[in-house]
Design a protein around this ligand. Structure first.
Ligand SMILES: Nc1ncnc2c1ncn2[C@@H]1O[C@H](COP(=O)(O)OP(=O)(O)O)[C@@H](O)[C@H]1O
Ligand SMILES: Cc1ncc(COP(=O)(O)O)c(N)n1
Length: 266
């Protein structure tokens, strides 16, 4: 069985973070493992509080995975501080995992910062170059590049600029624009667009986590990056289409429906 590790924050309400990652990976038929870097008390409405995990415990969790089981792909989500970023980067440079997908999580949907604002330079220097695929949304791509992104051409230009910062490919996600969401992948050679119909729903808690975990799962299963992104986007669109009406805010994506649609894992 293929092995996929998520390094991310815990969302106790089960819609985003580690919990969304493990559900997505399980639905893809891969063996999911987690390194928790922050415990976030949150739900479909807002973030109440968080407790970041000490960097030495983050390092020890990564060691625990690699001294025993190993990985076929790694997804990195929320990294709360420069210290946690350096701990993760140090260990990934040591273990050199294949197929690293980085979702540069900066804010929860209610606007709470999940990445401390002073972390961006450490993120760019230490984490971004580890990524085989980096998956920023529009505000994150703006933060990383310092650009203002308004059009599809701006998304292409931002993807190119982020690529020059050292990742192997970048997928700029267009979910924050009006209209049908277009995501643009740049791999150093060409731009590839992935489109889907916009689903009219408020239930989009965990979409970014779901997409990046689905990409990591598909890379672990042996798909090339563009095919892995295409399959992940199909999975995620289905998971949004059948998102669950739970809680009083943005409900979570539905992994069980997507699993049923994509057939049982091989
Ligand atoms: N209402 C929607 N209908 C269909 N796809 C969506 C919708 N909202 C977001 N997406 C897709 O979900 C993924 C993540 O969305 P985005 O909002 O851009 O990032 P994030 O969740 O990180 O803020 C992207 O592939 C985007 O195109
Ligand atoms: C622990 C944690 N990680 C990430 C997100 C962002 O989630 P989204 O996928 O909705 O952008 C979140 N709300 N909580």
């Amino acid at each position: 069985m293929k092995r996929v590790l998520t390094i991310a924050g815990s969302d106790c309400s089960g819609g985003a973070g580690i919990q969304a990652d493990i559900k997505t990976m399980s639905a893809h038929g891969v063996y999911a493992m987690s390194v928790i870097v922050s415990v976030v008390a949150e739900n479909t409405v807002h973030v109440l509080k968080k407790q970041d995990i000490a960097p030495e415990i983050v390092r020890a969790q990564v060691d625990a995975i690699y001294e025993d089981i190993g990985t076929d792909a790694v997804k990195i989500g929320m990294l709360p501080t420069p210290e946690v970023m350096s701990a993760v980067a140090e260990k990934l440079r040591k273990y050199c995992p294949k197929n690293v997908v980085v979702d540069p999580v900066m804010y929860a949907k209610d606007g709470t910062a999940l990445m401390a604002p002073q972390s961006i330079e450490t993120f760019k220097a230490e984490i971004l170059p580890l990524a085989d695929v980096l998956t920023p949304n529009i505000p994150e791509a703006e933060e990383i590049t310092g650009m203002h992104i308004e059009t599809e051409d701006d998304m292409c230009a931002a993807a190119k600029l982020i690529y020059t910062m050292g990742c192997k490919a970048v997928l700029v996600k267009g979910g924050h624009f009006a209209g049908d969401p277009i995501d643009i992948l740049f791999d150093g050679e060409q731009h590839i667009s992935f489109t889907a119909n916009r689903i009219q729903t408020k239930n989009t808690h965990g979409t970014g986590c779901t997409l990046s975990s689905a990409i990591a799962s598909n890379l672990a299963l042996g798909y090339a990056p563009a095919e892995a992104v295409k399959r992940a986007k199909d999975y995620m669109t289905c998971a949004i289409e059948h998102a669950l009406e739970l809680g009083h805010g943005a409900g979570p994506t539905n992994h069980f429906y997507s699993l049923y649609q994509s057939g049982l894992p091989k």
